[in-house]
Design a binder for this molecule. Structure first.
Ligand SMILES: [Zn+2]
Ligand SMILES: [Zn+2]
Length: 475
């Protein structure tokens, strides 16, 4: 196995042959935006490369299912906060699935970890790095991390205080010793429902947000906590606070921190939409290949580089996918011993495709890795077919994989002249085929069957093949 560099450091796992990765997951308060999707894809590629290198990978991604925004937004919508969180968690999962992101091996929820978080707070208090808030000799019910007692505070980011313009109400609470101390446990807001607080030695309340990741990463990965990932926004204060808490509790901390950069438009951070006013959900629905286009764009820019999004990004990514697909199909048609019978799993990219492997080992330099793929395709013979497909699978963009092939076939089909179906009708059928596939992915077979039956009633018969689903007009 060749050496892998992360942030100019050589990678050494805590236990040989194993890698533990913890990725800060979503706060499920509203729909995912483009930044969330980019982070998910960036770490999916990282995870796939470790797997391709032969490591046994455990990938943990948490779900923040309680937080001030979830409580506020669910109250505004007049629904139970737990239902609100469930609804958006499903949306996140659906979007990740549609971009061919592997599901995490474990997805711990903050609300299922309250007991362990209370234990964690006790450890920090016992070690002398946290204190119950107090005003005029009365306990307030909050517990604060004591940043002045923890001398290494700031070691990760060399940042000590939040931007002065971002001083929140919490920063100025009278029961704190210093404005930068942060909450490990907090009393409920007056408007919070009873179901959103738990009993603790300090009274009713809930854990501070930063704590869940310290607690869950330690419990889920234990001695195999190698990499902690997240979006760039989480470096400070979230990760600075996590590191301080975990060390103060004498719990495991990661050897490597990795942060995925933003998606920008004209240099400004994009989040709410894709600049054309479209939500990610609408965009994914608009055309069957849009999900491929997004995945390709995210997969081919190094995680720590900004991804500048323009009007052309999506289209040129889809065009690249079609070019790849055509080149691979041409190669396989020249294959003497049926290319399809070759086993992808048996390919060791570090041996058979060193230019690709070197780029990936160079801090996951995926744009260099993609250039290696294009270069190899130019002079490829049929013996390279399987190697190139394996490399594309590491990036999650192999257009001939079961996952994507269906979509390319659907899209081609919708372009064929068809006397009886309008373009709109074909689009709608394709959309329903996709929804059925998603339903099957999330094991909702009743929904999958309903979609098939409703199309059947309209005279459209679905045909499931090993390459995916197509349709014909029933006689
Ligand atoms: Zn984190
Ligand atoms: Zn986190």
């Amino acid at each position: 196995m060749l050496d892998l560099i992360i942030n100019s450091q050589s990678f050494t796992p805590k236990e040989e042959g194993k890698v533990g990765i913890y990725l800060c997951g979503a706060t499920v308060q509203s729909s995912p935006h483009i930044g969330h999707l980019r982070t998910a894809v960036a770490f999916d590629v990282i995870r796939r490369w470790f797997i391709a290198k032969g490591y046994n990978v455990k990938f943990v991604q948490n779900v923040t299912d309680i937080d001030d925004k979830i409580l506020r937004k669910s109250a505004e919508a007049g629904i139970d906060w737990r239902q609100h969180a469930k609804k958006y968690e499903k949306e996140f999962t659906k979007s990740y699935d549609s971009l061919n992101v592997l599901r995490p091996d474990s997805a711990p929820h903050a609300t299922k970890y309250i007991g362990q978080q209370i234990k964690f707070i006790k450890e920090i208090i016992d070690n002398g790095y946290a204190y119950p808030g107090e005003v005029d000799g009365e306990f307030t019910g909050n517990v604060w991390f004591d940043t002045s007692a923890w001398k290494d505070y700031g070691e990760l980011t060399h940042q000590q205080n939040a931007d002065e313009t971002e001083v929140s109400i919490e920063d100025m609470r009278p029961d704190k010793k210093s404005p930068r101390d942060f909450a490990l446990w907090k009393t409920p807001n007056p408007e919070d429902p009873d179901s959103a607080s738990w009993s603790s030695p300090w009274g009713k309340g809930r854990p501070g947000w930063h704590l869940e990741c310290s607690c869950m990463s330690a419990n889920e990965l234990k001695g195999n906590f190698d990499i902690h990932g997240g979006g760039l926004d989480l470096r400070f204060p979230h990760h600075e606070n996590e590191l301080a808490q975990s060390k103060a509790a004498k719990e495991p901390t990661p050897s490597y921190w990795m942060h995925s950069a933003w998606v920008t438009a004209k240099g400004e951070k994009m989040s709410k939409s894709l600049g054309n006013g479209l939500s990610c959900e609408t965009l994914l629905k608009q055309d069957v290949l849009n999900s491929y286009g997004l995945r390709f764009a995210f997969s081919t820019v190094q995680y720590k580089s900004m991804l500048e999004w323009t009007k052309e990004t999506l289209e040129s990514s889809i065009t690249a996918g079609k070019r790849l697909r055509k080149a691979l199909l041409d190669l396989s048609s020249n294959c003497e011993n049926n290319c399809e019978n070759q086993n992808l799993n048996s390919v060791d990219l570090e041996v058979s495709f060193p230019q690709f492997a070197e780029a990936m080992n160079d801090d996951f330099n995926v744009s260099k890795a993609m250039a290696a793929i294009w270069g190899a395709l130019k002079k490829a013979g049929s013996q390279d077919y399987i190697v190139i497909r394996k490399a594309l699978q590491v990036l999650g963009i192999d257009p001939l994989s079961d996952f994507w092939d269906t979509l390319f076939i659907l899209e081609e089909k919708s372009k064929l002249p068809n006397k009886t179906l309008s373009e709109e009708q074909i689009k709608s059928i394709n959309q329903q085929i996709l929804e059925r596939k998603e339903a099957k992915n999330s094991k909702d077979f009743a929904l999958a069957d309903r979609i098939r039956d409703s199309l059947q009633n309209k005279g459209i018969r679905l045909i499931d093949t090993k390459d995916g689903t197509t349709f014909e007009i029933a006689e």
